[in-house]
Design a protein around this ligand. Structure first.
Ligand SMILES: *Cc1c(COP(=O)(O)O)cnc(C)c1O
Length: 418
């Protein structure tokens, strides 16, 4: 459910007409709904009501805007961070360091030290050597780093290959069969407080069975580790729950997910950690764009919009589908291709798509763009960096400025030998 609806024939975000945002801020622009973010944060939490003590760490990489993070911090969410930059964002919005999880396969020493000094609550170790280095960095500061070992359960998440992370050949985690021996060695290190294990098998999961299979393997691992005398207090079950991108998508709800978690983790007697990203932010945002041309094509016309693959990379990167809607729909429909201005054929949002009729100058939105949208934006083709707006009821604020091409040009230098 979201808060992008027609009111008196015009698309609104909550009670703000999208046309007003376009007039004030220009296009392309991302627009986020506070009410949708809050709703998703609450529905996800409520879904896990029967799963015992849970910690919720929003995966910042899905949408790192500090306006968005502020809303989620107020909902009691911590953060899953994958870089020093994301750690700074979590702390800047006042998320408790104890609720911050540091994931990622390539944390540098400088990032580990920054996170140690911030006293974050959980390091997710991706390889044994990382645990050894972290323990030494912590011990040198008189600290013990709270950590869990990320295991790779060798489960096919059934999602796009580029966002699948739990197969044996993926770069993430340690092979689950090697985890007991590794856990035994790491748990002896003074600088490490090894509390348990973590998994995250992929993103945009449309089926609970791979998750359930992975969780069962983790349950067996926990039992094995306990039998070997280890105290296991925490299990991090990652993120990955999908969202509907089109009306025909059937995705398990957070309540279905929570019921599966409660069933699968019954008797584990641990604190559970979750790292939801897309399910919180995906449907809370749209990319608002204007039609530059409707160009005749061989089979269908090309609707050329002012948003492009540099603003929303998912179609070019993952062949992703984003619904397109006119901001002022006439009720008529047309068959069209939708593309941006970037000089690549990959800069195409839709082919042979039945869409609302639009013409030059009209506004439209790409839906479900709140996650992995603005955060992946670039300035490719020397385009501006896309701005972001947060709506709350009948008010809105620009929460990230458009960074114009001139500003980016001004940060470059010609060497003095030229
Ligand atoms: C990306 C990521 C997430 C969030 O995934 P979603 O599919 O957005 O829920 C959670 N944990 C880790 C380790 C990740 O890399």
């Amino acid at each position: 459910m979201d808060h992008f609806t027609l009111i008196d024939g015009a698309l609104h975000c909550e009670r703000v007409p999208l046309a007003r945002i376009a007039a004030d801020v220009g296009t392309p622009v991302y627009v986020y709904s506070t009410a949708t973010l809050q709703r998703h944060a609450r529905v996800f939490r409520e879904g896990l009501a029967d799963a015992g003590p849970v910690h919720l760490a929003y995966a910042i990489k899905a949408n790192p805007n500090i306006g968005v993070l502020n809303v989620l911090a107020r909902e009691g969410y911590g953060a899953d961070v994958v870089s020093g930059g994301e750690l700074s964002r979590a702390l800047a919005v006042g998320m408790a360091a104890a609720d911050v999880v540091f994931s990622g396969v390539g944390k540098t020493d400088a990032e580990l030290v920054a996170a140690l000094e911030a006293r974050i609550g959980q390091f997710n170790l991706e390889l044994e050597e990382e645990g050894v280095v972290l323990a030494a960095l912590a011990a040198a500061r008189g600290l013990r780093a709270p950590a869990v070992l990320r295991v790779n359960p060798d489960v096919d998440a059934g999602t796009h290959a580029k966002i699948s992370t739990g197969k044996r050949d993926n770069k993430f985690g340690v092979p689950i069969h090697e985890a007991p021996a590794m856990f035994a060695r790491l748990s002896k290190l003074d600088g490490l407080d090894l509390k348990g294990v973590a998994i995250h098998i992929g993103s945009q999961l449309a089926d609970l069975s791979p998750l359930e299979a992975a969780y069962k393997r983790v349950g067996e691992l926990v039992a094995e580790l306990r039998a070997a005398g280890h105290v296991i207090r925490r299990v991090d079950l990652g993120g990955g729950l999908g969202v509907p991108y089109r009306d025909s998508d059937v995705i398990p709800s957070p309540a279905d997910f929570g019921a599966m978690v409660a069933r699968t983790t019954k008797g584990w007697d641990v604190e559970l950690m979750f790292e939801p990203g897309r399910v919180i932010a995906g449907n809370a945002g749209v990319l608002l764009t204007a039609v530059i041309w409707v160009k005749p094509g061989v089979t269908n016309p090309y609707v050329i919009v002012d948003a492009a693959m540099n603003d929303l990379a998912r179609p070019a990167m993952y062949d992703a589908w984003h619904d397109f809607r006119a901001v002022l729909p006439t009720g008529e429909r047309m068959l069209a291709n939708i593309a941006g201005p970037v000089c690549e054929t990959g800069d195409t949002f839709a082919m042979d798509r039945e869409i609302d009729v639009v013409k030059r100058g009209d506004l439209g939105i790409f839906r479900t763009a709140g996650a992995y949208g603005a955060t992946m934006a670039s300035t490719y083709n020397s385009r501006a960096l896309v701005p972001e707006v947060l709506v709350d009821g009948d008010r809105f604020a620009v929460v990230a400025d458009r960074i114009p091409a001139e500003t980016i040009l001004a940060a470059e230098r010609v060497p003095d030998w030229l």
